[in-house]
Design a protein around this ligand. Structure first.
Ligand SMILES: *[C@@H]1O[C@H](CO)[C@@H](O)[C@H](O)[C@H]1NC(C)=O
Ligand SMILES: *[C@@H]1O[C@H](CO)[C@@H](O)[C@H](O)[C@H]1NC(C)=O
Ligand SMILES: *[C@@H]1O[C@H](CO)[C@@H](O)[C@H](O)[C@H]1NC(C)=O
Ligand SMILES: *[C@@H]1O[C@H](CO)[C@@H](O)[C@H](O)[C@H]1NC(C)=O
Length: 411
């Protein structure tokens, strides 16, 4: 276990102490995580609040975005400086199960897609990865994040590399054209094994945004339980994180039937919450009233899990950071209020200022990106400040404080 001990601060002046506190806060303590009631805690029982940023690596080139724009270490250091303690790193199933993809070198992958400008950028900013295979490059990314003291949650985002997610992409639910459950179980086990000795890999999201016509609760339990068991058997160190139905908007079915696993203390649920998660709700009516209605719906869809003693990880949310979308602005006020009140664990979508290739277009801007189009800095300081306000834990500092936690849990 990697543990960063606090240094003796008694002789330091208060300004130095403040500086140290900032340093300590931006350097999370990486160790094995488990759950205690609705909190994620470390081996000492202290709460570790996940304040993550999503970093996509599941699109066609199968490489963490942005490595054409800036050296990896500079990006990782900026993630830490912005106050995040972890990265939700996405991967397509084929990276683990399909050798014709995972064995391509970075160079071959970008050449095959005709992305010569991106390749030139990668050769300039991150030359050491050009000849790595895609799976080696993925391991390199995870290792470098660890060197920067960032926890990693591996998120199986989709099967076939590409933009996600639509209800009709054939990649949404067990049994869909590109979503073979047995292949998925194999891929999860492989990925869990690959990182079974990697301390900073603290969790695995088993599958992003289950969706589409094939959805069915019975099948959800069957495969999610099997998937969690496979991951745990290969890598008992990681949290196993389960997504709900309908693009991870709906975990309501858990109210009547809990997940049944052979192990304890490693199960977390994830929820996605965007403006469009509630259709057109934000376009009409008094925003406070809309917020109340939306939060009431969220209670029955997911928030009830907290009072049942399960951690809930809001693993995707985000807005158009130009501020030009009024509905996004209304939604985000409600979101930040709730996130603070319930002191939830979270991962914002996303880090990426741009994509190498998105839906057929090269070098595409991401208005939801925390970083700017050229990855050189923060896209919108106002938005970052709002995120920073919810990065630190407000509750649940000790597992010995269970009664306190219960009184503070939402209903
Ligand atoms: C592996 O990936 C290639 C390229 O996307 C695809 O044509 C092939 O069907 C995949 N194989 C399997 C077994 O999924
Ligand atoms: C990558 O491999 C090619 C040969 O295939 C070699 O010419 C080149 O120097 C290598 N680049 C790096 C950065 O290792
Ligand atoms: C951990 O992974 C290595 C290969 O990376 C493998 O040899 C070893 O058996 C794995 N351990 C477990 C418990 O799966
Ligand atoms: C940043 O966000 C704020 C609040 O939504 C908005 O008013 C401002 O215009 C945005 N700034 C930029 C540079 O996009």
């Amino acid at each position: 276990m990697m543990i960063i001990t606090k240094k003796n601060t008694t002789l330091l002046s208060s300004s130095l102490l403040l500086l140290m506190m900032i340093v300590t806060q931006t350097q999370p303590m990486i160790m094995s995580l488990h759950t205690n009631s609705r909190w994620i805690v470390n081996d000492r029982g202290d709460r570790v609040k996940l304040a993550c940023v999503n970093w996509p690596s599941h699109l066609e080139p199968v490489l963490a975005e942005g490595l054409n724009k800036r050296p990896f270490d500079a990006i990782a250091k900026e993630i830490v400086e912005m106050g995040f303690n972890c990265v939700r790193l996405t991967w397509p199933l084929y990276l683990a199960t399909n050798d014709s993809i995972s064995s391509l070198t970075v160079q071959q992958s970008f050449r095959n897609l005709g992305l010569s400008d991106s390749l030139t950028g990668i050769a300039g900013n991150n030359p050491s990865i050009i000849n790595l295979s895609l799976i080696q490059a993925f391991q390199w990314v995870v290792r470098k994040l660890g060197e920067n003291n960032l926890m990693v949650i591996l998120d199986n985002h989709i099967s076939v590399p590409g933009w996600c997610c639509s209800g009709s992409d054939g990649d949404g639910f067990f049994g869909d054209k590109y979503f073979n459950p047995e292949q998925w179980l194999e891929g999860l086990a492989k990925m869990a094994t690959l990182f079974n000795n990697t301390q900073n890999v603290v969790g695995m999201s088993l599958r992003n945004e289950l969706r589409g016509h094939g959805q069915d609760v019975t099948t959800w339990y069957k495969y999610m339980q099997q998937g969690a068991e496979r991951v745990h058997a290969a890598n008992p160190h990681v949290l196993t994180i389960l997504s709900g139905l309908n693009f991870d908007n709906d975990l309501s079915f858990l109210g009547s039937r809990p997940v049944s696993l052979t192990y304890n203390g490693k199960l977390v649920f994830e929820l996605h919450w965007y403006k469009f998660s509630d259709g057109n709700a934000w376009a009409y009516g008094n925003p406070n009233r809309v917020c109340r209605n939306v939060v009431n719906r969220l209670k029955s869809r997911a928030l009830f899990l907290l009072s049942q003693g399960w951690p809930l990880f809001v693993s995707e949310f985000g807005i158009d950071e130009t501020g030009s979308n009024e509905n996004d602005n209304r939604y985000s006020k409600c979101l930040f209020g709730l996130m603070a009140k319930l002191d939830l664990d979270w991962a914002v979508w996303g880090l990426q200022g741009s994509y190498y290739l998105r839906q057929g277009k090269a070098d595409v801007d991401e208005p939801f990106g925390v970083l700017s189009f050229d990855w050189s800095g923060v896209r919108n300081q106002t938005f970052l400040q709002r995120l920073q306000a919810i990065q630190h834990p407000l509750q649940g500092t000790s597992i010995y404080d269970a009664a306190y936690q219960r009184t503070r849990s939402p209903n």
